[in-house]
Ligand binder design. Structure first.
Ligand SMILES: [Zn+2]
Length: 401
């Protein structure tokens, strides 16, 4: 096997020594060695040692997973307009920069839930090959939406169950990792209505059924309660936003095992802006409170909560998963649950064995911190080292490989 850039130059284990290890399985960080062989965590003592990294006083923890990003959106005032105006080269540069920003912030996996299919596939391949540094990318490609519907600019507009199924097959054939369906309109598309459905129950069943046949899960964007209910009944794996989800719909999600990705960060980011005019502030505050209420109800009803920022939409920075975790905690999620929502539980939602933990066999995606995130989530804000798949993206102590 070709040695990977930034990894050990001869075969054998990379051994991290002297640090406390937070394995992501729920216990506190404990002194121990972390062994990494061929990009994965390994049982200590497995084979010869190729390199040793001493990190006394540091904590090594699983890298973070942001389950809802848009690498093609720039987090400016009007990201969709900027996206629509961008040429192919601009788009590529934006995606690269956002991927690099995410990784530098300790986000070692992103689930991209909306980008043109070919460019995101190209970025994913370049990162996976080691040609450019970045997080592991799990991508939906162009979201399936209705003609003229929410983010139709990305190329996924269809109507009718047959056409929906065809679009799913095309995304699967293009190598996408999951399917994103825009069940309702969205806030960032001015001519769509977040309170209105874009698809029928039949179309949603076609999407989930065809995805399942291709071995893919469905992430369903839904604000209106009716959209949440229909998506859960159709078998979506995750509901994105869920702004107006009723207790009845959340109960269906709990029964069907669908998780909620509430994406609190965008509203929190807008509310933090100085000089926001009063009517806008009221509208955004209302949206934020709706989602916080949905989170509290979801927790009460046993719905799994997962962490995703919607990074790239207006004012919502790439690499800002800590903002989402703080908002989840402010909504009543215990800090340990918020951390799991961005690591172990998120990894399980992606179906990648061990992802979000540092147990033997897990991908060696890790961050180097000054403290145990279980004691203080704030420790996540400043990773001094970031590794993806056994390769340093940022070497501990700063600098790049
Ligand atoms: Zn989104």
């Amino acid at each position: 096997m070709r040695p990977s850039p930034g990894g050990p130059s001869r075969p054998g284990a990379l051994v991290v020594r002297g640090a406390r290890v937070s394995d992501g399985l729920g216990g506190p960080a404990a002194p121990g060695e972390l062994w990494i062989v061929e990009g994965r965590c390994a049982p200590p003592g497995l084979g010869p040692v190729a390199a040793v990294v001493a990190l006394p006083g540091r904590v090594v923890a699983p890298g973070l997973i942001d389950l809802h990003v848009h690498l093609c959106l720039d987090a400016g005032d009007d990201p969709l307009a900027a996206f629509a105006a961008a040429g192919a080269d601009d788009l590529r540069r934006t995606m690269w920069a956002n991927a690099a920003r995410s990784a530098a912030a300790g986000i070692t996996t992103v689930r991209d839930l909306g980008a043109p299919t070919a460019p995101i596939a190209a970025l994913r391949a370049e990162i996976a090959s080691g040609a450019i540094p970045g997080p592991r990318v799990v991508a939906s490609g162009a979201p399936i939406t209705s003609p003229g519907g929410h983010v139709h600019e990305m190329g996924g507009a269809v109507r009718g169950a047959e056409a929906v199924a065809g679009a799913v097959r095309a995304l699967a054939a293009a190598g996408m990792d999951l399917i994103k369906v825009m069940v309702t309109g969205g806030g960032s598309s001015p001519r769509t209505n977040p309170r209105a459905l874009q698809f029928s129950a039949e179309e949603l069943r076609a999407a989930v059924g065809e995805a399942a046949a291709a071995g893919l899960r469905v992430a369903a964007h839904a604000h209106a309660d009716e959209g949440v209910r229909l998506a859960a009944e159709a078998g979506a794996a995750t509901i994105e936003h869920g702004s107006h989800a009723s207790a009845a719909s959340l109960a269906i999600m709990a029964a069907r095992g669908a998780a909620l990705v509430p994406t609190l960060a965008p509203a929190a980011a807008v509310l933090a802006q100085p000089g926001l005019d009063a009517s806008r502030r009221r509208a955004i505050a209302e949206r934020f409170e709706d989602r916080q209420r949905a989170v509290r109800e979801a927790v009460r009803l046993g719905v799994r909560i997962l962490a995703g920022t919607d990074a790239g939409v207006a004012l919502t920075r790439h690499g800002g998963l800590i903002d989402e975790l703080r908002a989840l905690v402010a909504s009543g999620l215990p800090p340990a649950a918020a951390l799991a929502a961005a690591t172990r539980e998120a990894g399980a939602a992606l179906g990648i064995p061990g992802l979000g933990t540092l147990r033997p066999g897990a991908p060696a995606d890790l961050i180097v911190l000054d403290g145990d995130p279980l004691d203080d989530l704030g420790a996540l804000a400043r990773p001094s080292g970031v590794m993806v798949g056994g390769r340093w993206i940022r070497r501990p102590g700063g600098g790049h490989p």
